[in-house]
Design a protein around this ligand. Structure first.
Ligand code: COA
Length: 262
């Protein structure tokens, strides 16, 4: 099911949405038009109960996304720049809080906004050819879509400073060693590795996935007693869901559960 041109949408196994940033001649840079298509697809996916997992990847083999469209930057004034930044920040925040698990399958350059999009995903699968960086400083700018904040929370201040203050790119292997990436594979195996992860995620009840995502996201910013209280509150709420009753019954009856997302 291909509905866009700058971001294509394929539905796999009736439940896994694969969104592909598709501007390979410009390293899939985030033009305003591309971001609009991305947003439209996310809206469709959010509303579609059949879609349970989202995979993001880049077309062309060289780039996931090489960041904001620098040509647009060079042609726009301050007001347009501000509105682009506000819009992408809103979109990235929404992606991070998305109610379904998200996987970034990083096949090449993930720079600037491309790395920031990956940092909003739940799981990163990278190829050996991936290169992740936040080179905004080399343009005289700083990240605006969460790079300084999410990378620092993900890998700690020293590893983040090493990336941000040098403009260096992390290899896929290094991203794996830093704990950013769950898996590093050869480029040809990337989509299959991401699909494998997605299929595992289909075993998790939708409400449970949504609640665990929220706990994982908010946990690091909360004091431990607060996080633990929130965790227990979530568990008690889930216990009363239809899916938890079904999951427990299915285990006892030695059959696969049929989750309905309620
Ligand atoms: N915005 C707009 N265009 C971009 C782009 C971006 N972020 N990244 C790449 N492109 C364009 C190039 O301008 C080039 O266009 P052209 O063929 O019309 O000249 C095309 O994509 C191919 O890129 P090129 O630089 O020739 O490929 P490369 O393999 O030599 O280098 C990169 C690839 C990604 C390392 C390099 O393009 C790059 O550094 N891009 C900018 C990354 C960046 O600073 N991102 C943060 C933005 S805030």
């Amino acid at each position: 099911m291909a509905t866009g041109t700058l971001v294509t949408y394929d539905l796999i196994d009736g439940a896994i949405a694969v969104l592909t940033f598709n501007r390979p001649e410009k390293m899939n840079a985030l033009s305003t038009a591309l971001l609009a298509e991305f947003e439209a697809h996310l809206q469709t996916i959010e509303r579609d109960p059949a879609v349970r997992v989202v995979i993001l990847t880049g077309a062309g083999g060289k780039a996931f996304v090489a960041g904001a469209d620098i040509t647009e930057y060079s042609q726009q004034g301050f007001n347009a720049f501000v509105s682009y930044q506000l819009n992408s920040r809103r979109l990235f925040d929404w992606l991070e809080a998305f109610p379904k698990p998200t996987i970034a399958a990083i096949n090449g350059y993930a720079l600037g906004g491309g790395f920031e999009i990956a940092l909003c995903c739940d799981v990163l699968v990278v190829s050996t050819s991936a290169r992740l960086g936040l080179p905004e400083g080399t343009l005289g700018l700083s990240p605006g879509g969460g790079g300084t904040q999410r990378l620092t929370r993900a890998v700690g201040r020293y590893a983040a400073a090493d990336v941000l203050l040098s403009g260096r790119r992390l290899s896929g292997q290094r991203a794996y060693e830093l704990g950013l990436a769950a898996e590093v594979v050869e480029p040809d195996a990337l989509l299959d590795a991401a699909l494998d992860k997605a299929r595992y995620m289909l075993r998790i009840a939708p409400l449970a996935a949504r609640e665990m995502k929220r706990l994982i996201r908010t946990g690091p910013d909360a004091a431990l007693p607060t996080g633990l209280a929130l965790e227990q509150e979530v568990l008690f709420r889930l216990y009363n869901s239809r899916d938890a009753q079904e999951g427990i019954a299915a285990f006892v009856e030695k059959r696969d559960p049929r989750f309905v997302g309620e």
